[in-house]
Design a protein around this ligand. Structure first.
Ligand SMILES: [Zn+2]
Length: 223
């Protein structure tokens, strides 16, 4: 998924109001950041096969270190532990752990059966929403809207910039997400990895910026 993971990052603010939405976004997208780093250094391997699903042309045949359920538990635990050690905010650490794990669940819903359970364990799972553009549009779009609403209800802006920076992010990534439905494959794995490794720091930086311009509501910490 794409904005489905962003939705988790935004929505999670509701349950961890003192954690920056930049860090929450990082957790929700960690598996995708790792796959591009691991492909770049040769630990994981992916290829492009147009038509492999109707929406997404990636053949993800070797990505268990970043995307298996067991490894997502490990990455989530490591991130949560690092966060707890530096911030001593237990609630935030638990929410970050859950956000990392959510990545497997959302990818399982969208991918063809290519989602591994653990490295070296050759059984794969996936509901395949990528083969149903309308289904994906409804499920992922619904998640995106819910994530945005949760975030808007959990925070308020200190001024116009808080609206502008947030809504520009939403408009830009909604447009990129809708464009991804054209089924056009990326020109090469190298281009895909390079573009994503440039895009990810921008996404996280932008999310940290949004967080600095918006204040968590007191009540969101209560539930
Ligand atoms: Zn993924």
């Amino acid at each position: 998924m794409f904005v489905g993971h962003f939705a988790i990052g935004f929505g999670a603010k509701r349950w961890a109001p003192k954690t920056s939405v930049g860090t929450l976004m990082f957790a929700a997208l960690l598996a995708d950041l790792l796959v591009f780093v691991f492909v770049a250094v040769g630990i994981e391997h992916i290829s492009i096969r147009p038509g492999i699903t109707r929406v997404n042309a990636l053949n993800l045949y070797d990505f268990a270190w970043s995307h298996s359920l067991v490894m997502d538990v490990v990455w989530g635990a490591l991130l949560a532990a690092a966060y707890w050690l530096t911030r001593r905010y237990g609630r935030g650490a638990w929410v970050l752990f859950a956000a990392v794990l959510s990545h497997w669940v959302l990818d399982w819903a969208s991918h063809r059966p290519d989602m591994p359970l653990a490295p070296g364990f050759h059984r794969y799972y996936g509901l395949g929403l990528y083969n149903s553009p309308l289904g994906l549009l409804i499920v992922e779009g619904g998640l995106w809207v819910i994530g945005i609403i949760l975030y808007l209800r959990a925070t308020h802006t200190r001024g116009f910039a808080g609206h502008l920076v947030l809504w520009t992010f939403i408009v830009v990534f909604t447009a990129l997400w809708l464009l991804s439905f054209n089924g056009e494959p990326p020109p090469s794995v190298h281009v895909l990895v390079t573009v994503d490794l440039i895009l990810f720091p921008i996404v996280f930086g932008w999310a940290y910026w949004i967080d600095r311009l918006r204040q968590p509501d007191e009540t969101s910490a209560q539930v």
